[in-house]
Design a protein around this ligand. Structure first.
Ligand code: GDP
Ligand code: ZN
Length: 364
């Protein structure tokens, strides 16, 4: 495998120099799976684990490799396995801050060159969200690009208005209007698909990310991106590759974490995505109605008499559950962190007391 196709360049070359002399090699993380990774290397795909030293010295999760990382390895060819000895300096990293509490940062992907934010013409434009997206991307070190999808659904005057509004909210950021459905404007995205350029697709559910990815990388990407892996029990299973090398050059990172990012900020995004349902939900008897078996549920009523599309309602429920799940995870985590902090504080106080006693004792 040619490392340049996988995104290798002089930036990483420089950082690899100190290792090159010791017979180390490099690989790029294509799949992150619990403790096992799959790497693109010059010898083809290798599975890998981090060295004991990395594990021992790690103080938080960002000390472990993530999808997109370039890592320093020692391959063991007989076993088709490699040991990861170091992570090369990241050119960029897309991370998620756990909201509300300042726990460790969670890095979702590394070494991204271009971050596409996809929005669609049939959704109300939320300039605040675009600004938030830009902040995240600027912080990551990647180049932001805004894509307005579903061009086929808008009139010329809507197009002009929207583009002007977005461009003024995001000065200097490229804005492209496309239709993933019929291919209009797609040629304007080709410059981002060059050899070695790593892209992520961000945006709310339903804006057309999957359709766009499929159009850009061919319909059979799912098949192409499946790889065989061995699970913890030694069974062979398939897993989706999370870093995909496109036939025409360019790479796409698509991981569950990146797909979740759209939800993260965001009871807000949810409300907007399901605007028509949320509007009706305001007429439910209970303000926290789950639209399950509560009495006087306006949403259930609307599904029954056809004002809400049952499929949309299904999606709504699914997304609501995902969102709840994320919130629960977040709460559990913040509780753990609180406990840890309380413990650390108690220890600190104890040490101080002891020191104080010793001090007094010494003085006497
Ligand atoms: P994702 O959730 O962002 O991955 O969105 P999908 O790719 O699943 O698309 C959501 C819906 O929008 C699907 O029904 C697509 O067929 C539709 N869609 C995607 N792109 C376009 C487009 O350019 N024009 C129109 N009219 N529909 C589109
Ligand atoms: Zn209800």
């Amino acid at each position: 495998m040619n490392l340049i196709d996988a995104g290798w360049d002089t930036f990483f070359e420089v950082h690899f120099k100190p290792y090159a002399l010791d017979g180390f090699s490099v690989g790029r993380i294509a799949v992150e799976h619990k403790n096992v990774y799959v790497l693109f290397t010059e010898y083809g795909e290798l599975r890998a684990k981090v060295s004991g030293k990395i594990r021992y010295e790690a103080s938080n999760r960002s000390d472990f490799p993530v999808v997109g990382d370039w890592v320093v390895i020692k391959p063991r060819f007989a076993e088709k396995y490699a040991t990861i000895h170091a992570i090369l300096t990241r050119k960029s990293k897309l991370s998620r801050k756990t909201a509300g509490i300042e726990t460790e940062e969670q890095i979702l992907a590394a070494n991204i060159d271009t971050a596409f934010w996809i929005s669609s013409f049939n959704k109300i434009l939320n300039i605040r969200r675009i600004e938030r997206y830009l902040t995240t991307v600027w912080e990551s070190g990647a180049q932001p690009v805004i894509i307005l999808n579903k061009l086929d659904l808008c009139t010329d005057s809507e197009l002009e208005e929207t583009v002007i509004e977005v461009e003024s909210a995001a000065p200097g950021v490229p804005v492209h209007a496309v239709s993933a459905k019929n291919g209009h404007g797609i040629e304007n995205l080709m410059p981002y698909m060059q050899k070695g350029n790593t892209i992520v697709f961000l945006g709310l559910s339903g804006v057309g990310k999957s359709t766009l990815i499929n159009r850009l990388i061919g319909e059979d990407v799912q098949k192409v991106s499946e790889i065989r892996k061995i699970d913890d029990l030694g069974r062979h299973t398939t897993a989706s590759r999370q870093l995909i090398i496109l036939a025409g050059g360019g790479l796409v990172i698509d991981t569950p974490g990146i797909r979740e990012l759209q939800l993260w900020d965001s009871k807000d995004g949810f409300t907007e995505t399901f605007e028509e349902i949320e509007n009706i939900a305001q007429h439910c008897r209970f303000s926290d109605c789950r639209h399950e078996s509560e009495p006087s549920c306006a949403v259930k009523q609307a599904v029954e008499d056809g004002r809400i599309d049952p499929k949309r309602f299904q999606n709504y429920n699914k997304m609501q559950k995902e969102l709840d799940h994320l919130n629960t995870k977040r709460n559990v985590r913040s509780k753990i962190v609180e406990k840890k902090r309380a413990k650390q504080f108690a220890r600190l106080v104890k040490n101080m007391k002891e020191n104080f006693k010793k001090h007094k004792f010494n003085k006497q």
